[in-house]
Design a protein around this ligand. Structure first.
Ligand code: TXA
Ligand code: MG
Length: 339
């Protein structure tokens, strides 16, 4: 049985108590964050965390992020906090930044996928913060079935988990649309493991040079420290093709591809920043921030409309564009065409 808790009109402390009680009983509750919806459980309760992996169909070696609501929570999960981590937390928390730190013994290995490090972030969404404050630090991956596009609305979570988890808090649409930036601060220089809501350029302004893990751009690499990069990700049912290159050339190439696929009898969907004629079209918006916000919604929506192929327009790999391209290339299984 799943209860859907409506907080579209904003934070409701009485309803938060209901959700917090479920969490403290070891149940699963999905909740909105500023990035995407999370599938939450008590981070220190091994059995509850195990159920997250089961519900998502997530490989056991892909660790979860622990969500905290105050700096004092950090001491409950991290054994030590390097100076650069402190600087980043001060600057970007609450917000879409996840720090990988040495883990405390109290954090179950189930939560960290067997690693002796722990990923921690303090979200800025008022509902997420209130839920954590009323319960406990929450282990929460994105609330999608493993391999599917991440959820940016409660409807997406309902599609994937209705009847499988105890609670879903509906807080409307999330506003960043791609997940948090993950940075490993146990290494020197720190390593960017996943680009996300906070651009790496902004991080480097605070702590100096950061190494970009090769897996971020899809290169073969040692994935022991970036387990999240090993698996299929963000993929809708339709096949996805990404078109990169200069804006004018991209547009032309997308038009050509639409024709080619249609001639072969496919129903073609396009998601792009400029209107393109196709069987289905989903506008991504103009700015890189809008594209990030619309990305997962577009993939899910075009799937819902039953297209066979999705042609997605790439963006410049700057700022949040790095996160957008990382998600798009994975959604496409690295089928990338340069215009
Ligand atoms: O914005 C977000 O980060 C969302 C919301 C719900 O907070 N959460 C999210 O969680 O995206 P998830 O589980 O979908 O992605 C977590 C990523 C994975 O790539 C995982 O491999 C990585 O963080 N990660 C977690 N713990 C790690 C660790 N100890 N070392 C290296 N990578 C870790
Ligand atoms: Mg995820």
């Amino acid at each position: 049985m799943t209860i859907v808790i409506n907080m579209r009109e904003g934070l409701d402390e009485r309803k938060i108590k209901v959700a917090a009680r479920l969490i403290l009983e070891g149940k699963l509750v999905a909740f909105p964050t500023e990035t995407v919806y999370g599938l939450g459980a008590d981070a220190l309760n091994e059995n509850a965390v195990r159920r997250i992996f089961e519900a998502k169909g997530r490989p056991a070696d892909n660790p979860l992020i622990i969500h905290i609501a105050s700096i004092s929570d950090l001491e409950k999960v991290a054994r030590e906090v390097p100076e650069k981590a402190k600087l980043l937390a001060e600057k970007f928390w609450p917000g879409p930044l996840t720090l990988v730190l040495p883990k405390r013994r109290e954090v179950p290995l189930v939560t960290t996928g067997g690693l002796d490090t722990v990923a921690v972030r303090m979200p800025s969404h008022p509902i997420a913060l209130a839920l954590i404050k009323a319960s406990t630090p929450l282990a929460a991956p994105s609330a999608n079935i493993s391999g599917k596009p991440s959820p940016t609305s409660a409807e997406h979570v309902i599609d994937d988990f209705y009847g499988k988890i105890e609670g879903i808090i509906d807080g409307g649409e999330t506003w960043i649309g791609v997940e948090s930036t993950v940075i490993d601060v146990t290494e020197e220089p720190p390593v960017l493991l996943r680009p996300g809501g906070i651009p790496v350029e902004e991080i480097e302004r605070v702590i100096g040079p950061v190494r970009i893990h090769p897996a971020v751009k899809g290169k073969n690499a040692d994935l022991a420290k970036a387990p999240g990069m090993k698996y299929k990700h963000y993929a809708p049912n339709a096949s996805v093709v990404v078109v990169e290159g200069e804006p004018e050339k991209r547009k032309k190439k997308i038009r050509e591809l639409v024709e080619e696929y249609r001639e072969r009898g496919y129903r073609v969907g396009v998601m792009a920043t400029v209107e393109v004629e196709a069987d289905e079209f989903y506008p991504l918006g103009k700015t890189p921030e809008e594209v990030a916000r619309n990305l997962f919604k577009a993939l899910r929506e075009l799937d819902r409309r039953g297209v066979d192929v999705i042609i997605a327009e790439g963006v410049e790999e700057r700022g949040i564009g790095l996160a957008v391209m990382n998600r798009l290339r994975k959604a496409a299984g690295y089928r990338v065409i340069r215009a």
